[in-house]
Design a protein around this ligand. Structure first.
Ligand code: C5P
Length: 336
């Protein structure tokens, strides 16, 4: 996409990290169908980049509250596993922000209608916002890739449309888009309760080193929660040991404390995940755990060198293995 070709319009770019769950306890099924969670989120150094730009006749005001109309189109560089229409969480983020900012007429348009030479675009009566996703976070992997894109779209469009919502306001909008989106708006380290949307910041000193091991087939989150309903019961395990290990930067203690109640649910659907997790421990990881609802497995190591070593040992066992560090901060806004 050639930004501003027709308008010289503004463009912003947001780099947004993936998330890990260092601890995830399921406290039961709620009346609304979701599950009550106690979880510790941490952002990790795998990033998507979301650019948002305006195309339209020069001189038009772009503030959505002023124009009351906006057309939104989406591009992405990922395969068919990432939706290209209104089901994409970045588009849902645009809608949610538009509605919070008072846009009364926000329409999604097919990105193919936005060829720069198209006279219809040059003479459009209302501006187009184009959202362009560059994906690097694994898709359908339990690392909140779609939620991260939604969070980045909120941050980008808040700037582009001059909505002037605070990060706290954006967090409130984010909760309507998905359970992981509020955390992705803030990043860092947080203890979450409820659906995962009520957040309290957690102190984390230092840096932790990971091997992120992905599978070639995604595992739908809803299927894993359904499997939890059939195969698991509530337990009351507490996150204290994880919180303490983060405070004291103790990778050995963190490795021992990593916990995810969704593991038995995901392992019932993909039995090889259990063997792969055990193989990561045999390869020298301090701890290994399913990431969110999976199927990504995370191995914690004591250093960057140890992470590279585990990566080399395990690369033939997974679709891809990557080293990463945590925490990784939150979404960062840049000019295009
Ligand atoms: O909130 P989000 O749309 O990301 O959730 C995807 C699916 O994961 C939900 O439809 C639900 O089946 C499941 N889920 C859940 N409890 C949560 C979070 C997600 O049951 N706390």
């Amino acid at each position: 996409m050639r930004w501003g070709r027709t308008s010289g319009g503004p463009c912003v770019s947001v780099r947004v990290p993936a998330k890990l769950n260092l601890f995830l306890s399921v406290r039961g099924r709620r009346p609304d169908g979701y599950h009550e969670l106690v979880t510790v989120f941490q952002s990790v150094s795998l990033y998507d980049r979301v650019r948002a730009g305006l195309i339209g006749p020069p001189g038009q005001g772009h503030h959505p509250a002023a124009r009351r109309r906006m057309r939104v189109a989406l591009w992405h560089d990922a395969g068919p596993g990432v939706p290209s229409g209104t089901e994409n969480l970045a588009v849902r983020a645009a809608r949610a922000l538009g509605s919070a900012a008072g846009v009364i007429d926000l329409a999604f348009v097919d990105a193919r209608a936005l060829r720069p030479a198209d006279p219809e675009v040059d003479h459009a009566s209302s501006p187009y916002t184009v959202i362009d996703l560059r994906k690097s976070i694994p898709v359908g992997a339990g690392m909140a890739g779609g939620s991260a894109d939604a969070a980045a779209a909120l941050v980008a469009l808040n700037e582009l449309w001059a909505c002037e919502l605070s990060r706290d306001d954006l967090r409130a909008v984010a909760a309507h888009i998905g359970s992981d989106v509020p955390f992705c708006v803030v990043g860092g380290t947080a203890l979450a309760t409820g659906r995962g949307t009520a957040l309290a910041q957690v102190l984390c000193r230092g840096t932790f080193h990971w091997v992120v091991c992905t599978a070639d087939q995604p595992l739908p989150t809803a299927d894993v929660y359904r499997s939890w309903d059939h195969n698991c019961t509530v337990n009351e395990v507490q996150p204290d040991a994880v919180v303490q290990a983060l405070r004291t930067t103790d990778p050995e203690a963190l490795g021992a404390a990593l916990h995810n109640d969704l593991e038995p649910a995901a392992f019932a659907l993909r039995p090889q995940l259990r063997e792969q997790r055990d193989a990561l421990l045999d390869a020298g990881a301090l701890g290994a755990v399913l990431s969110g609802s999976g199927p990504t497995l995370l191995a914690l190591t004591e250093s960057a060198e140890a992470a590279t070593g585990v990566c080399k040992l395990m690369e033939s066992d997974f679709h891809s293995v990557r080293v990463a560090t945590s925490p990784a901060g939150g979404p960062e806004l840049h000019p295009c």
